[in-house]
Design a protein around this ligand. Sequence first.
Ligand code: KG4
Ligand code: ZN
Length: 339
Amino acid sequence: MNILAFETSCDETAVAVVRDGRTVLSGAVLSQTDLHALYGGVVPEIASRSHLEAITPLAAKVAAGHAIDAVAATAAPGLIGALLVGLNFAKGYAMAAGLPLIPVHHIRGHIAAAYLAEPELEPPFLAAVVSGGHTLLLAVSGYTEMEVVGGTRDDAAGEAFDKAARVLGLGYPGGAALSRLAGGGDPNRYPFPRAAVKDSPFDMSFSGVKTALINLIHNAGQLYGDDWKNQTDLPSVAASFQNAVVSVLTDRICAAAEAFRFQNVVLAGGVAANQALRDSLRERLGENIHIPPVYLCGDNAAMIGSQAFYEAGKGGFAPLSQNAYATFPPGRGLPGGVP
Ligand code: KG4
Ligand code: ZN
């Protein structure tokens, strides 16, 4: 079954054709980050308009030459205007071509990136979805059955990376730039806090470590004025910050895997591109940690096409009246999707 999939939940316009949930036949991701960098964050209306311009020519290019059996689109969660562009385009395509429509939850899609990377991988496993918008731990018992068992109480890990990077003058989104800067620093030089959430062993909080970094830079500015950058060991600030975030994520992920008795763990989402996090989990979990290649960690449509195959297997088709939802729990089937 070849599925034409669309992903437009945030600032990437992505289209892919995926065969039987496991093989990417064609795909492209158009990133809008340059448009939003000017504002230091994603501007929803600019995102929607940019998706609208990009999606039709991108779909024509990616779908060309492929026999399509079904059409899928991210229907939740995300920026509502952005979601509506991709979902509505998918509905139009499905109607014109007489094909079934499959709505997909974005978080489920991130997890499915692991199926593309490892054709033998199957649930059950613990999934950690760590991105700019989400930091969630899920007990995945089946392709369409999962339950949230932990997550952040405030900032997503990627959001904390992005805010830290902004204060360090690294632009937006700065997670990758911050980790490059951290490469030349001492991860133990600055004692950043590693917050625990009382009575919730699998929950996390990243606002404290973010605020600690903002305060450190603010104090350096007060002390040294314009010379603060030369007077501060910026690579070590970045490395110590990254170390704090990575050690909290690693501890919670490993604790949840052990408590819920999962042998295998999947790491997904944009922050899964972080080399320090990959190394730390590899060290703790060995071959039981499954991490997609970097190009499948950030938002893409191949992951949506993969998950759509498994949603379809459970009868997760939707009428052409399907709506999009800015927020929706990943553990529940979408209205119109899996019954
Ligand atoms: O999954 P994604 O593309 O979009 C969302 O659904 O949010 O994730 C983007 C996030 C951004 O916060 C970005 O800074 C972060 O992933 N990110 C990284 C790295 N590469 C991307 N964070 C830390 N280290 C990286 N190497
Ligand atoms: Zn995402």
